[in-house]
Ligand binder design. Structure first.
Ligand code: SF4
Length: 250
C-alpha cells in the first residue's frame, strides 16, 4: 500500500493552497474572515456597549436594534436555490400565489451577493456540496440557513446505502432552522421562516460579531479534491467517509 504523505511534506503550503483553490474552485480568496469580522464587529460592539452604560443609551440601542431588526426581518431575500423535489413541492409552492411569500417581504434572488438567507431544499449530493459551500461563503453576513426536508436535514431516505448523499447540510455549513417533512408542507416552511424572523429580531448591535459561518481552514471542496488526488491535508482523516464529516462547529 502506498504510503500517504501530507501535501505539506511534498510542496510548500502556498503551492498546496493554490492547487486546491484551482481544483476545487476559489471561494473567497485568502482573506481570514474571522479576523475581518473581529476587526469590523468588535469596534461596533464596544461602541454600542459603551453607549448602553447609561439608561438613555440603553433606550437608544433598543430603538436602533428594533428598527434594524424589523427592516432586516421584513426584507429577507433568500437565494433561488433548489436541489430536488423539496424545491418544487415545498419551496415553490410556498412562494406561489396561494401561500405568497411576498407578503413577508421575501423576494427570491438569483445571486448569493444579494441574498441573506439560503433555503436548502432537497437532497445534497457529494457532487453538489462544494457548490453549496461556495455559494454560502459568497453571501454577505449576516446570513441565515434553513434546512428544508428530511434529505437536507439528515440525508432522509438516502441516509443508508447512498455513498453519494451528504447526511445533512450542517456537515458543510451552519444551519439556523430545521424544517422536517418529505416534503415539508408550505405551512411548515412558513413556520421556519418565522423562526428565522424571530432569531433576527432577537439580535443586537451590542452583541459579538457573528463568526460561526466563517470559511474553514480547508473547505469541504478542497478536502474532497485532496482525497481525489490521494493526498492528505492537515487535520483530515483519509479513511473517514466524507459524507459522514463531523457537524459544523457553529
Ligand atoms: S425530503 Fe422527500 S421531498 Fe424532500 S428532497 Fe428528500 S425525498 Fe424529495
Amino acid at each position: 500500500m502506498a504510503v500517504r504523505k501530507t501535501l505539506i511534506e511534498q510542496i510548500t503550503e502556498e503551492e498546496l493552497r493554490r492547487r486546491l483553490d484551482e481544483a476545487a474552485g476559489k471561494v473567497t480568496g485568502r482573506v481570514d474572515e474571522r479576523k475581518l469580522k473581529r476587526a469590523i464587529g468588535e469596534p461596533l460592539r464596544k461602541g454600542a456597549r459603551r453607549v448602553s452604560n447609561n439608561p438613555l443609551g440603553i433606550v437608544f440601542i433598543k430603538v436602533v436594534d428594533h428598527v434594524l431588526n424589523v427592516t432586516r426581518a421584513c426584507s429577507l431575500w433568500p437565494m433561488q436555490f433548489g436541489l430536488a423535489c423539496c424545491a418544487i413541492e415545498g419551496l415553490m409552492s410556498t412562494a406561489a400565489s396561494r401561500y405568497d411569500l411576498d407578503r413577508f417581504g421575501m423576494i427570491m434572488r438569483a445571486t448569493p451577493r444579494q441574498s441573506d438567507a439560503m433555503l436548502v431544499a432537497g437532497t445534497l449530493t457529494m457532487k453538489m456540496a462544494p457548490v453549496l459551500e461556495r455559494l454560502y461563503h459568497q453571501m454577505p453576513e449576516p446570513r441565515y440557513v434553513m434546512a428544508m426536508g428530511n434529505c437536507a436535514i439528515s440525508g432522509g431516505r438516502f441516509y443508508r446505502d447512498a455513498y453519494s448523499v451528504v447526511k445533512g447540510v450542517d456537515r458543510i455549513i451552519p444551519v439556523d432552522v430545521y424544517v422536517p417533512g418529505c416534503p415539508p408542507r408550505p405551512e411548515s416552511v412558513i413556520w421556519g421562516l418565522l423562526a428565522i424572523h424571530a432569531k433576527i429580531r432577537g439580535e443586537s448591535i451590542a452583541d459579538g460579531p457573528v463568526i460561526a459561518g466563517a470559511r474553514p481552514e480547508f473547505t469541504f471542496a478542497q478536502r474532497l479534491e485532496a482525497r481525489r488526488l490521494g493526498l492528505k491535508i492537515p487535520g483530515d482523516d483519509p479513511d473517514a467517509d466524507p459524507a459522514e464529516e463531523a457537524p459544523h462547529d457553529a
